[in-house]
Design a protein around this ligand. Structure first.
Ligand code: 13P
Length: 250
């Protein structure tokens, strides 16, 4: 059984005060749950948010990192620095980083390998643009992103990775993929993992869906056999809606 995993990606939003208050609300109201839960605040608030999540059922995630361990890389943050702040996870290859910041599969791959080597759980994002979907390229785009971003991983390493399928056209648009559209890609992804890794790994890897997940659509999405959680943007920045999505995962 794959344990459902709901993560909130706050992107470049919130003030320090808002981030801490939001975290306190989530931690206090979460209660006991079997669901794995994490929040990914902006890196400058990881320390403050981590003080609140410490010892709670909410894990701390970064939104990005650099693959080198240390050195002259102005503005970058390493895996060990994230561990220092109490991070357990790091989101890698988010479509905003791929499309706005120009991150390539090769760069994502270096980061994934460095994160795993340091003991972080990478949440590796893949997903097609609207243009690619309309050109019937969803499967090939997602496959290429997976193969590129996850190149060279052993079975054991892959079992420590979370994959997030986030169709770019559904991110922040309110246009959610239908449960059937999402499940189709998730099932394709799992079949791809079966061809690349052993069957146990393919069966164990969690694949989150991301893109306009809200409390009212989460239940149906998370009810699909290959959708094992959600990576939530907008709706993760309100205590009620984030908890509503977690409740829908139960
Ligand atoms: P929204 O939930 O705001 O569409 O964002 C999804 C996302 O990009 C999470 O990483």
């Amino acid at each position: 059984m794959r344990r459902p995993f709901i993560a909130g990606n706050w992107k470049m939003n919130l003030s320090r005060e808002e981030a801490v208050a939001l975290t306190q609300g989530i931690v206090e109201q979460l209660g006991t749950t079997d669901i794995e839960v994490a929040v990914a605040p902006p890196s400058v608030y990881l320390d403050a948010v981590g003080q609140v999540t410490k010892g709670s059922g909410v894990g701390l995630s970064a939104q990005n990192m650099y693959h080198e361990a240390n050195g002259a890389f102005t503005g970058e943050i390493s895996a060990s620095m994230l561990l220092d702040l109490g991070c357990k996870y790091v989101i890698l290859g988010h479509s905003e980083r791929r499309h706005i910041l120009g991150e390539t599969d090769e760069e994502v791959n270096r980061k994934v390998l460095a994160a795993l080597a340091a003991g972080l759980v990478p949440i590796v994002c893949v997903g097609e643009t609207l243009e690619q979907r309309e050109a019937d390229k969803t499967q090939s785009v997602v496959q290429q992103q997976c193969d590129g971003s996850l190149a060279g991983l052993t079975n054991e390493q892959m079992s420590g990775v979370v994959v997030a399928y986030e169709p770019v056209w559904a991110i922040g648009t309110g246009k959610v993929a239908t449960p059937e559209q999402a499940e189709e890609v998730h099932a394709d992804l799992r079949r791809l993992l079966e061809t690349r890794y052993n069957p146990e790994v393919a069966a164990a890897v969690r694949i989150q869906y991301g893109g306009s997940v809200k409390p009212d659509n989460a239940g149906e999405l998370l009810g699909q056999p290959n959708i094992d959680g959600a990576l939530v943007g907008g709706a993760s920045m309100k205590v009620d809606s984030f908890l509503g999505i977690i409740a829908a995962a139960k």
